[in-house]
Design a protein around this ligand. Structure first.
Ligand SMILES: Cc1ncc(C[n+]2csc(CCOP(=O)(O)OP(=O)(O)O)c2C)c(N)n1
Length: 319
């Protein structure tokens, strides 16, 4: 793939994620989206870079903060917005909301609101693919808060022991809700502890989607050569509050000063500058206009869609 095509694809994804979340922000106070919102602004390069490096149908799993993962995996926004609006045309007929996104036909097995709960599920998927010799890699995305759960360490141990094709993707924003890692961990360096396992470790603080892409390719090459699972430790800065669509610097647990250096290397800005250098301003503006239109159309589609029938409440559920 040429540098132009790769960077164009990456920009398409980071820009789509940002625009979709901006649209959520702009419309959320109308109170028609009856779902809590865990926004991924600031983390766009991670979903974009990792998913670009994976095969399109490789299974992935995520958390309640997975707008970016869904959009990177599917590229679609009609069913996404319809789900936010609780409509019948949503990807789960409006039953999932923002926190339980899935698109199994595109490899997104599911996302879960229970911290770390999808990590052992990823091991099951990876075990199944290994047994069937499909060559597929299962990627599981989680926050640094998931490291606090015993099941993370048990899963890491089992994946290392059994040489399962799992890509652990730790999206580390330094906080679990409002509690910084220093107050939760009896060690200072997650990646260093993980490296004691028979698992490849790769780390980055980059907001450049191409850097994340290359790092992921390196991890997949290591997995392919050694059979070992791989751990990506990726730092980013969460722009907005833990849950909701606003900034939260007034809450007092983190200073705005810490945000500034991250904002200077905002993932969308970084990728835009690169693509403008490769393709020119006009081509980038045209791509942005196309995505702006996609998002506007999806919003309209969602708002115009019917709510599910009352009877749907007991369909497709375990009861
Ligand atoms: C098992 C479990 N314990 C507690 C919670 C409450 N909770 C929701 S989000 C969260 C913090 C998770 O932080 P992190 O994994 O770093 O993800 P982030 O929100 O930063 O993306 C907690 C403790 C939960 N959802 N599940």
């Amino acid at each position: 793939m040429s540098a132009q095509a790769l960077n164009r694809d990456l920009y398409r994804t980071v820009y789509l994620i940002r625009r979709a979340e901006e649209a959520i922000k702009e419309n959320y106070l109308d109170d028609e989206m009856k779902t809590p919102m865990h926004m991924s602004m600031g983390a766009e390069a991670i979903a974009a870079g990792v998913c670009q490096a994976l095969d399109r149908h490789d299974p992935v799993l995520g958390t309640y903060r997975s707008h970016g993962l869904y959009l990177a995996k599917t590229g679609e926004s009609d069913r996404f917005f319809a789900e936010m609006y609780g409509r019948d045309t949503g990807m789960a007929q409006g039953k999932a909301g923002s926190m339980h996104l899935s698109a199994p036909e595109e490899g997104l097995i599911g996302t879960s609101a229970i911290v770390a709960s999808n990590i052992p599920v990823a091991l099951g998927a990876a075990f199944s693919h290994k047994q069937r010799n499909t060559g597929r890699v299962t990627a599981v995305f989680f926050g640094d808060g998931a490291i606090d759960e015993g099941v993370f360490w048990e899963s890491l141990n089992s994946a290392s022991l059994m040489k399962l094709p799992v890509l652990f993707v730790c999206e580390d924003n330094g906080y679990a809700v409002h509690i910084p890692a220093e107050q939760r961990h009896g060690y200072s360096d997650i990646a260093e502890v993980v490296s004691r396992f028979d698992c490849g470790v790769h780390r980055s603080e980059s907001t450049d989607a191409e850097v994340i892409y290359t790092l992921t390719r390196d991890a997949l090459a290591d997995m392919s050569a050694t059979g070992r699972p791989q751990f990506l430790h990726l730092k980013y800065y969460r722009y907005l509050e833990h849950v909701g669509v606003f900034e939260d610097f007034k809450a007092g647990y983190r200073p705005r000063d810490a945000f500034e250096p991250w904002l200077e290397r905002d993932p969308v800005k970084v990728q835009r500058e690169k693509v403008v250098g490769l393709l020119g301003e006009e081509a980038v503006a045209a791509l942005e206009a196309e995505i702006d239109q996609q998002v506007a159309k999806s919003l309209e589609f969602a708002k115009q869609s019917p709510f599910p029938a009352r009877s749907a409440v007991v369909e497709d559920v375990l009861a």
